[in-house]
Design a protein around this ligand. Structure first.
Ligand code: NAI
Ligand code: MG
Length: 358
């Protein structure tokens, strides 16, 4: 038959990551059953903070070789109350993203039907953004050090790295993304007034790349001013490119402005497709609500849709988002969206919608 088959690595991780990945798998399996265009072959990996406590590391030595056999990775979240966050983040998530060359982190944001923005006058069409986050260098390149620990003169540095290679490839990716959207509009976020080396270089490479995209309308914005623009003039924004740190912060703000961190997806892409890309909800392990059936699975469903789109199943992705929005519109929502439904009820409703639409 003409069915495509994809191998998907599931890394649920910690806390509600385990809960939402289970829901995501269920919805993806439902889609594969209802549509006759593709099959999914899942394999779960137990890499997590529990694994770390047992083995002293988050990943086995051959982890990269193992995940490279897959077409995509669906990741939950990592972080536990009794492990420092920098250990879990660098031990698992960054230990995968960086060697797999997933240099483009893509975060779409919009207001789903049946949900509301905390912005008083913001209607669904007014907020429809894609934030492109540089995912390999900048402030999170891992350059820095600590010395004279425990002394009155102890010192720590965190060096931001901007290379021509790194900045140029993310700019090209961001311009391509802007070009693929109806408004063909890109905002380059910067801080070149204060960060006068790295960020001036960032701006310079952006304007060089812009020459190859004359059809994209581009503007430049300081990151502090960008936060106020996101709140006051959301409709003036379409595609955004920013450094690893700046976009990390802006995209959490974006998710909150669109209604909840519980709906927002992320793709960690290797645009060269030499390595599998990794897809995850942007939220963390949320141990405050773990085990209560309260986690919103919508972020993971949207993430699953982004994964299907990347794998070439755009119609299935579209159908999944249609199903999700029919459900939010019908009022079946978790508490973070002002509803009273449990995680499972949302999943069941989405599966029913998939059956109706397929
Ligand atoms: P968080 O995203 O886990 O939670 C922030 C708040 O949002 C909490 O009140 C939580 O209950 C709520 N929330 C998050 N996702 C939700 C969902 N799907 N449905 C309903 N409510 C939701 O961020 P926090 O609390 O700062 O971090 C908790 C742990 O997660 C830490 O260890 C942190 O390092 C880790 N983390 C991991 C990430 C990742 O793996 N990519 C990303 C962010 C945080
Ligand atoms: Mg973040």
């Amino acid at each position: 038959s003409g069915r495509q088959s994809y191998k998907i690595a599931l890394i649920p991780g910690d806390g509600i990551g385990i809960e939402v990945i289970q829901e995501g798998k269920e919805v993806l399996q439902k889609l594969a059953t209802e549509l006759d265009t593709f099959d999914l072959d899942f394999k779960g990996f137990e890499w997590s903070s529990a694994y770390y406590k047992k083995h002293g590391k988050y990943l086995p030595d051959d982890a990269l070789a193992q995940v490279k056999k897959f077409d995509a990775i669906l990741f939950g979240a990592v972080g536990a109350p009794d492990v420092p966050d920098h250990i879990s983040l660098w031990g698992l998530r960054l230990a995968l993203c960086q060697p797999l060359q997933q240099y483009a982190n893509v975060r779409p944001t919009r207001i789903l039907r049946g949900t509301t923005s905390p912005l008083r006058n913001c209607k669904p069409g007014d907020l429809d953004w894609v934030i492109v986050r540089e995912n390999s260098e900048g402030e999170y390149a891992g350059h820095g050090g600590t010395s004279h620990t425990g002394q009155a003169w102890s010192v720590a540095t965190e060096v931001s790295i901007f290379t021509r290679h790194g900045v140029e490839r993310i700019m090209r990716f961001a311009f391509e993304t802007a070009r693929s959207r109806p408004r063909k509009k890109l905002t380059v976020v910067t801080k070149s007034n204060a960060q006068r080396n790295g960020m001036v270089f960032w701006d310079q490479v952006a304007s060089e790349v812009a020459l190859d995209f004359p059809d994209v309308e581009v503007d430049k914005m300081l990151v502090d001013a960008m936060t106020t623009r996101m709140v006051l003039k959301p409709e003036s924004i379409d595609t955004v490119v920013a450094t690893n740190l700046h976009a990390d912060i802006l995209s959490d703000l974006a998710a909150a402005l669109a209604g909840s961190i519980g709906i927002a997806p992320t793709s960690n892409l290797d645009p060269t497709r030499q390595n599998p890309s990794m897809f995850e909800p942007i939220h963390g392990s949320a141990f405050d609500i773990t085990g209560k059936g309260l986690a919103n699975p919508v972020a993971t469903f949207w993430t699953a849709a982004e994964m299907l789109r990347w794998l070439g199943q755009a119609e299935a992705a579209q159908l999944l988002m249609e199903a999700v929005e029919n459900v939010t519109e019908s009022g079946v929502k978790t508490a973070d969206l002002g509803g009273s439904s449990k995680t499972k009820e949302v999943t069941d409703a989405v599966c029913k919608e998939i059956h109706k639409l397929a």
